[in-house]
Design a protein around this ligand. Structure first.
Ligand code: DQA
Length: 144
């Protein structure tokens, strides 16, 4: 099984960016944790991060025929991007939405998620562990 893990804008700044909300661990730490879990569970993983909406769309579309599951934290594009929603719908690959912070307890504008409409589950507020939980949801579903 192959899982594509996509992180959107500003997630490359983890560890520096608002540590009170996102913690002190870095994007490299997150990647190491995901790779380690993939190895332990026998899953192939590809990690991708971009600050650009169109690049995120392109990456999702490229996953068609190449990935069995998508874990996506679209960052701020969660709350604005119909294009990312449509890309997920277009490829119809099972996807899980992840947010490090508990978006439900934050500003009003973070309460809307377009991508959620194309995802089988949403995990928010579990920190980096949310990515691991999302990978497990996709793997369990794939393995039946
Ligand atoms: C985030 C939450 C978003 O509202 C925010 O714009 C992010 C990160 C999270 O992981 O908690 O960039 O997706």
């Amino acid at each position: 099984m192959k899982i594509l893990v996509i992180n959107g804008p500003n997630l490359n700044m983890l560890g520096i960016r608002e540590p009170g909300i996102y913690g002190r661990a870095t994007y490299a730490d997150l990647c190491a944790m995901i790779s380690d879990h993939a190895e332990k569970t026998g899953v192939e993983v590809e990690l991708y991060q971009s600050n650009h909406e169109g690049d995120l769309v392109d990456k999702i579309l490229e996953a068609y025929g190449n990935a069995d599951g998508i874990v996506i934290n679209p960052g701020a594009y969660t709350h604005t991007s119909v294009a990312i929603l449509d890309a997920l719908k277009a490829v119809a690959i099972p996807a899980v939405e992840v947010h490090i912070s508990d978006v439900s307890a934050r500003e009003e504008f973070r309460q809307i998620s377009y991508v959620r409409l194309a995802c089988i589950a949403t995990i928010a507020g579990h920190g980096f562990d949310g990515y691991i939980e999302a990978m497990d949801i996709l793997r369990e579903r794939y393995e039946g």
